[in-house]
Design a protein around this ligand. Sequence first.
Ligand code: ZN
Length: 143
Amino acid sequence: MLIAYVWKNLSILLISVVNWSGIWKLKVPPKIRNLVWRMCRGVLPTRMQLQDKGVQCPMNCVSCDSTQEDVQHLFFACPLAVQTWRMTGLWSHIVTVSSTDVSATQIIFNLVETLPAEQKQLFATMLWSLWKHKNLKVWEDKT
Ligand SMILES: [Zn+2]
């Protein structure tokens, strides 16, 4: 009983150590690694996240105006994101590791672990581009 408990928790710990080191080992500029890390930690200031923190802001996605803007939507469900992934040839990989009960963090961990080095870098860079695009669009709409 105790051994099973210890083993379960140890394996969870080991898996998370492997996952985080996969992100830190990505051969991309530090700003991109940092973004991926913040996404996985759930601290990226999406509109959903801001609302949770009591910031008054609209909840709709700046790109497609639909649903609630969270990490899952912005990076894996928004039509703009899907189009981006299709163009880069990564969409089939994302579909393979996605299902309704899989979080954005799990998708990222999974792809960082399994994709070949070049595609891993492309994946992280595109995550960063999508985030940058969203922020530019917010400013564009304000001016
Ligand atoms: Zn959207």
